[in-house]
Design a binder for this molecule. Structure first.
Ligand SMILES: Cc1cc2nc3c(=O)[nH]c(=O)nc-3n(C[C@H](O)[C@H](O)[C@H](O)COP(=O)(O)O)c2cc1C
Length: 213
């Protein structure tokens, strides 16, 4: 089947204002739990978009490692392209695409670095091989070949030997503080349900509005 002929009819139940929690973070967790229970692959994966120094957008998938009333947290290399972009333009958007459930959640907001202590705690919880990988990979830089990575990995594994692996100073979390969160539910005939929560800057008061699909 060609791409232009491929169509899925969404027969899923609709979404009404009365179905939504007043708090978008509570609502996000309800949908995340349903996505995880339904067996969606990597349900905490989100596509994060940033702006480079020429204001050109750039996007990539990362894993949300914390979602609470502060916002959405992911971890990465602070020297990476995305982190450099976030330092220059501290705004981002994120999309969770739970396609098996015909659902999408979009988040927009500003970003700030996670406190070192919180990054330390998260880093300490990671598998040892991932910790060593964080030391070994100069994320987003051009490298000569795969051997370069394997050698660095072996070097850092030898260096840390049987000690615990500290968090690299150039690795940690970013917090996306939402100003808008949209929940999208696919419906028949492309008459999808969309609700957007927007917050007043002063208070964490959320207004909910239905949008045309
Ligand atoms: C499913 C999936 C999960 C990923 N999770 C992360 C992550 O949590 N942190 C991260 O830095 N990169 C993650 N990546 C890799 C990024 O997509 C990206 O390649 C990398 O962060 C470099 O992006 P940048 O050059 O724009 O900084 C993930 C990729 C995929 C496909």
């Amino acid at each position: 089947m060609t791409l232009r002929d491929r169509r899925v009819q969404y027969e899923t139940a609709g979404l009404d204002l009365a179905d939504l929690d007043r708090d978008p973070i509570v609502q996000w967790h309800a949908w995340y739990d349903q996505a995880a229970s339904a067996g969606v692959a990597e349900p905490n994966a989100m596509t994060v978009s940033t702006l480079d120094e020429d204001m050109a957008p750039d996007s990539r998938v990362v894993l949300a490692r914390g979602v609470d009333h502060r916002g959405f947290i992911f971890y990465t290399n602070y020297d990476s392209a995305k982190s450099q972009q976030l330092v220059k333009n501290p705004v981002a958007s994120a999309v969770f695409a739970w396609l098996d459930l015909h659902r999408q959640v979009r988040v927009r907001g500003s970003v700030q670095r996670v406190a070192d202590q919180e990054s330390d705690e998260y880093f300490a919880s990671r598998p040892r091989e991932s910790q060593i990988g964080a030391w070994a990979s100069p994320q987003s830089q051009v490298i000569s070949d795969r051997d370069f990575l394997e050698q660095r990995f072996a070097e850092f594994r030898a260096k840390f030997n049987d000690q615990s692996v500290p968090r690299p100073p150039y690795w940690g979390g970013w917090l996306l503080v939402p100003s808008a969160i949209e929940f999208w539910q696919g419906r028949p005939s492309r008459l999808h349900d969309r609700f957007v929560y927007t917050s007043e800057k002063s208070a964490q008061q959320w207004q909910i509005q239905r949008l045309a699909p």
